[in-house]
Design a protein. Structure first.
Length: 312
């Protein structure tokens, strides 16, 4: 039997990277939904490390219009990166619960430093999050951190935890994209960033994605998965910051999560943009927990539990 995996949960209740308030409550809400107990099984030990401290929005200034809350986001990213670095350096895995997606600037930076750059990223998101301070339309940093970890955009964001970009541009895959800004489309094309969009999925099925993931596995030993729940259609995941009307179905996202869990050495993941106030019958929370289990190569589903309980 494979050795028992230890996954440390780090709650990062930060919503400063986004406009849509409410995602800061996600770590608490997911704990209330039983994420710790539900992920635990004979192969996986979960340790909850609690939450990082984030300054409240009303107590700080937004600062520059094209880089809102830059200083606090950089500070939180430094703390996050240090924490993730120490967990991965001690051979444990990380489940980082946001917050908005800007938390991944710190998580990916910390993981990359711990693994000396031998890290690929599978980025599940309907958006690109690949704007810079020059191209942003909103000034929200949760739309910029992918560019930052690749070494583009504002210096303070790029140089979090260690100087320079953290992920080689050929080592990231943007999966499930359906809502890129024009500037993002141009950037992705110019820099040859690998994408597997909803259009690719409809045109060619899932196989090309599995091939890109296999190719990434040949180039890097370790994978970080960044799961923005808004990649999923709102029918299955209504409880997100920005609900998606053209997203992945349950069948598709669960197959992707399962494929990653079976085939990649996942060292950690982000679970971001959960908004409990928009959730319906906790289905987004339950799905988030199920996908997390699958991405770490394990399993949990309310349906399986129901079957076991009722001995069906
Ligand atoms: Mn995102």
């Amino acid at each position: 039997m494979a050795s028992k995996k230890k996954i440390l949960i780090i709650g990062i209740p930060m919503d400063l990277g986004a406009e849509n308030l409410g995602v800061d409550a996600a770590p608490k809400a997911l704990r209330t939904r039983g994420i710790v107990k539900k992920l635990q099984n004979p192969q996986i030990e979960i340790k909850d490390e609690g939450n990082l401290k984030i300054s409240a929005r009303e107590k700080i200034k937004a600062g520059k219009k094209n880089l809102k809350y830059l200083d606090e986001i950089v500070r939180v990213s430094e703390v996050t990166a240090k924490k993730v670095d120490s967990v991965i350096s001690s051979k444990n895995k990380v489940l980082a619960i946001g917050g908005d997606h800007a938390i991944s600037l710190g998580t990916i930076s910390g993981a990359s430093v711990a693994l000396k750059g031998d890290l690929g990223v599978i980025y599940l998101d309907t958006h690109g999050d690949i704007n810079t301070d020059k191209s942003t339309l909103s000034g929200n940093i949760h739309g910029m951190h992918v560019a930052s970890v690749l070494g583009y955009g504002n210096e303070k964001l790029i140089n979090v935890y260690k100087k320079g970009g953290k992920i080689k541009k050929e080592n990231i895959i943007l999966v499930g994209g359906n809502d890129f800004d024009n500037a993002e489309e141009i950037f992705i094309k110019k820099e040859k960033i690998k994408t597997f969009t909803i259009m690719d999925l409809l045109a060619n099925g899932m196989n090309p994605l599995f091939k890109i993931i296999n190719d990434l596995n040949k180039k890097v030993k370790n994978i970080w998965v960044s799961l923005d729940l808004d990649v999923i259609d709102y029918v299955y995941a209504p409880g997100v910051g920005i609900p998606n009307t053209g997203g992945l179905t349950y069948r598709e996202i669960s197959a992707i999560a399962k494929y990653i869990g079976k085939n990649c050495n996942v060292v950690g993941m982000d679970l971001v943009e959960y908004n409990s106030t928009k959730d319906i019958d906790n289905k987004t929370a339950e799905l988030a927990i199920e996908l997390t289990a699958k991405i770490f190569g394990s399993d949990y589903s309310p349906y399986t539990q129901y079957m076991e309980k009722n001995k069906i």
